[in-house]
Design a protein. Structure first.
Length: 237
């Protein structure tokens, strides 16, 4: 997917990027490739693949989420190289964002990109997800994660951060439906209900995605999230 094809795809969702947004995405791409030479950020570096498999893939879950315009705060858990948060911030600049990652080098990269492409009201934090969740409970309209952990583990790290009435959006791959089945009770225990599941085939045979949308209807019990060792060894059933 060339950058021009990417812009045209966004137009199908009534989003037309201005020249600054196009520059921000391109500069982000350049920095991703540049920093990838000295640290492992991604195995995908060819420009058309980045625009398809990172930018477009990150955005799809939010382009299809009508309530995004009514939300003002978002937390991306396990941000890695900045997906989905940075493409989403560029396209939806009204969102105030926190990006959380446990590796300091990645956080340095993220904050460098944020500064370089002049994004406002966004910062990356060096923290373990469960520790960050305990410090910022119920603070965000949207909490999201992409390619971090299986849903029954991921939900315990993310849902405590969501405000009542807010959303946890999990961007999953081919195992999404299977993970959803094994996580039904965990999601209910944590206080969210499934409101939508969108199964998507990416263009150019780039694979299938399952994006899972949940809405928080009650406070998460204070004992969650547990220490990560407990979460990993005894996931909620």
């Amino acid at each position: 997917m060339t950058p021009e094809q990417f812009y045209n795809e966004l137009k199908l969702f009534n989003i037309e990027l201005n020249e600054e947004q196009k520059w921000q995405l391109h500069r982000y791409y350049e920095l991703l490739v540049e920093w990838n030479e000295k640290m492992n950020l991604t195995g995908i570096t060819e420009i058309n693949e980045v625009y398809l498999k990172h930018f477009y893939d990150s955005l799809l879950g939010f382009l299809m989420f009508e309530d995004i315009h009514n939300c003002t705060t978002l937390c991306d858990v396990g941000s890695g190289a900045g997906f989905p948060a940075l493409p989403v911030k560029i396209v939806f600049p009204h969102l105030k964002m926190d990006l959380v990652d446990s590796l300091g080098k990645r956080v340095n990269f993220l904050n460098h990109v944020i500064s370089e492409i002049k994004l406002k009201n966004i910062q990356a934090y060096h923290s373990r997800a469960e520790e960050y969740a305990n410090l910022h409970r119920g603070s965000f309209d949207i909490v999201t994660a992409r390619a971090v952990a299986r849903l029954n583990i991921l939900s315990e790290l993310c849902v405590p951060l969501v405000k009542e009435g807010g959303y946890f959006i999990a961007l999953k791959g081919q195992t999404g439906q299977e993970e959803l089945v094994e996580s039904q009770q965990a999601l209910d225990t944590l206080g969210v209900k499934i409101i939508d599941v969108k199964r998507i085939e990416l263009p150019e045979e780039a694979g299938s995605r399952t994006n899972i949308y949940t809405k928080k209807y009650k406070k998460t019990p204070s004992k969650y999230p547990r220490a990560y060792g407990q979460i990993k060894n005894k996931p909620l059933k």
